[in-house]
Design a protein around this ligand. Sequence first.
Ligand SMILES: [Zn+2]
Length: 434
Amino acid sequence: MPSLLLKNCEWIVTQNASREVLHNASILVQDGAVSQVGKASGSADKEIDGAGKIALPGLINAHTHLSMTLFRGYADDMLLQDWLAKKIWPLEAKLTGEDCYYGALLGAAEMIRSGTTSFVDMYFHMEDVARAVAESGLRGFLAYGIIDLFDAAKSKTERANAQKFYDYVKQLGNPRIRFVLGPHAPYTCSAEMLQWVKEFAEKNNTMIHIHVAETRREQAESQKQHGMRIVEYLDKIGALSKNMLAAHCVWLTKSEVKMLAKSEVKVAHCPVSNMKLASGGVAPVPEMFEARIPVALGTDGAASNNSLDMFETMKMCGLIHKAHRWDPTVLPAQKTLDLATIEGARALGVDQEIGSIESGKRADIILIDANAPNLRPLHSGETVISDLVYTASSGNVDTTIVDGHVLMENRIITSLDLAAVCAKAQELAARLVK
Ligand SMILES: [Zn+2]
């Protein structure tokens, strides 16, 4: 594999253990991994000029439904239940593998453009999504969305579907694509299913991705159905697991947060989607930090966000907790950036591989064009961090690199034909909503 030198970057935000930010330094990439950071000497097969650029680890989107890009902007400003029942579910019933493939390509293009290099996805037709991810060059943690609706026959089919996708990913043998088990939620999956999922995940060492306590209504239903809160129920049936990455976790009590921590569950926080769908309340993220729960950031699907923009998500995340707690110190910019990079990697169990720019890690790196009016002046290594979180936008992303492969340079995507993907997505979406 050709080597790559990111030469003389104005700033390198390493996100290593001491959160070093280097000035006028270089990064050498060999065999898809970072081999030197700092005064990288010598030459490489390909060089990218880092002057006027900020290098940082590629962002990690810990919760999305990629193919839902096809529904972007189709139905907004509705009550959650109406939105799902009247608009989203009827469209999802019509989705084909081809729709999901092109929806995923469109989402992949959006992520490459906005500096996301890894993401966790849960949806249907996942073989087609995996194909799109493989072509795009991104790093995907992919889950088939399991929904058994407490029906024994459906439960059996869904287990077979999950197993089938597990086998598919295994035979694919692509190190950028990982299998994840995706029980949709405790209100759509039976206790037996959730127990099966936990066993399967432990046996095969895979992550479990699930929606937990997104709305207040879910907690009320759980009380009615099980006589206890959602996390208490998951604990009681033995479904909580150290392999679990729980999305949302908005409506949790402090004791539920402690239960998640005790079982070593990780959380994918989705502030933009929570605000847009008016989930109400604000996820108790400071309490999660206190309980030492690894927290990652996610956008959720493009039908409820409506973008896959992690720069926007970082800013919103910082702001919502400050506003909610009347405390500007509750979530400093460095911590917010951590959630989208190294802490996100920890929540996904891959912090030894990605999440920072360090020798030996996979080369998932983005370059921000700092010669933009919204990014000058840059004062110091410390203020660069707050510039990235509060000022930078996805439009400032110039170069996106995954596993040492350049997927975008000078804002031109090289791994996909963007015009063709946009045209096909337009055509398929028009057919779906007809
Ligand atoms: Zn979701």
